[in-house]
Design a protein around this ligand. Structure first.
Ligand code: ADP
Ligand code: MG
Length: 238
C-alpha cells in the first residue's frame, strides 16, 4: 500500500511558479526516479509529497486519499535527504529509534524494529557508536535505517548518494535496490545521476523547469526519447 497520485500540482514561491502543473501516478511498489537539471523542482516536488512544503494548487493523494492538509508525521512517509542530519549526541540505535520513541512505542518494539533495520543494512556492529565515530557512508546507511524502522507506505529519497565517494555510491545504490526488493515499498527517488536513474528505476520521470517532460521505463526513454533534452539527460545516442 503506497500508491502516489499528483494531480495538477503547482508551487509558487513569491511570483515564481517553480512547479507548473504536475500530473503523475506512481504505482504501489514502484521504484520511480525523478531526474532533471539542478533547479528544475525535484526537491520541491518531493517536499510537497512529504508535506514539508504546502501545495499552491492541485492534489497529492496517497492510496487515493487526499493528503494536502495531512501533517507530515501522519502521512506514513519516510524521507532520506542528501545530508544525513543525525543527532550527534545519540547512538546509532537511538538515532534510528527516535521516531518510534516519539510515537510512544515500547522499548521492546523499538529494539525489534532497529535490529531488523540494522540487519538489512549491515549496521549491527555499529549500533552503540555515535555519528562522529562513523564514516560518511556508514552515516548515510544509518539515515536510511532511520527511515526503514517505521515501515512507511512511501519512501522519498532526495539525492541520498550525492555526498558519497564513487565506490560507496555504488555499494549504497545496490543496498537501496535490495531494500526495495525486500520491502516491496513504493519509492520515489530524486537524482541528477543518469546511472542511478537507469539502474534503479522501474520508471523515470524527466523534469524540466517545473514540468514533466517525459515518463517511461528506462529503456523506453533511452530508445525513444521525446526530444533532445530527454535524450541528453538519459544519455541516448543523438
Ligand atoms: P532541484 O531540487 O531540482 O535542484 P528545487 O526544487 O530545489 O530544485 O528548486 C526549484 C526552484 O525553486 C529553484 O529555482 C529554487 O531556487 C526555487 N526554490 C526552492 N525552494 C525555494 C524557497 N523556499 N523559496 C524560494 N524559492 C525556492
Ligand atoms: Mg534538490
Amino acid at each position: 500500500m503506497g500508491a502516489l497520485t499528483l494531480q495538477g500540482v503547482t508551487k509558487t514561491f513569491g511570483t515564481t511558479k517553480v512547479i507548473q502543473g504536475v500530473d503523475l501516478e506512481v504505482r504501489d511498489g514502484e521504484f520511480c526516479v525523478f531526474v532533471g537539471p539542478s533547479g528544475c523542482g525535484k526537491s520541491t516536488l518531493l517536499r510537497m509529497i512529504a508535506g514539508l512544503e504546502d501545495v499552491s494548487s492541485g492534489d497529492v493523494r496517497i492510496d487515493g486519499t487526499r493528503v494536502n492538509d495531512v501533517a507530515p508525521a501522519k502521512r506514513e512517509i519516510a524521507m532520506v535527504f542528501q545530508s544525513y542530519a543525525l543527532y550527534p549526541h545519540l547512538t546509532v540505535r537511538d538515532n534510528m529509534g527516535l521516531a518510534l520513541k516519539q510515537a510512544g512505542k515500547s522499548k521492546a518494539e523499538i529494539r525489534d524494529a532497529t535490529d531488523r533495520a540494522a540487519g538489512m543494512l549491515a549496521l549491527e556492529p555499529l549500533m552503540e557508536r555515535r555519528p562522529a565515530e562513523l564514516s560518511g557512508g556508514q552515516r548515510q546507511r544509518v539515515a536510511i535505517g532511520r527511515a526503514i524502522v517505521r515501515v512507511p507506505k512511501l519512501f522519498l529519497f532526495d539525492e541520498p548518494l550525492s555526498n558519497l565517494d564513487a565506490a560507496l555510491r555504488v555499494a549504497t545504490r545496490i543496498e537501496i535496490a535490495r531494500l526495495h526488493r525486500d520491502l516491496g515499498a513504493t519509492m520515489v527517488y530524486v537524482t541528477h545521476d543518469q546511472v542511478e536513474a537507469m539502474t534503479l528505476a522501474d520508471r523515470i520521470v524527466v523534469l524540466r523547469a517545473g514540468k514533466v517532460e517525459q515518463v517511461g521505463a528506462p529503456m523506453e526513454l533511452y530508445n525513444d526519447p521525446a526530444n533532445t533534452f530527454v535524450a541528453g539527460f538519459i544519455g541516448s545516442p543523438q
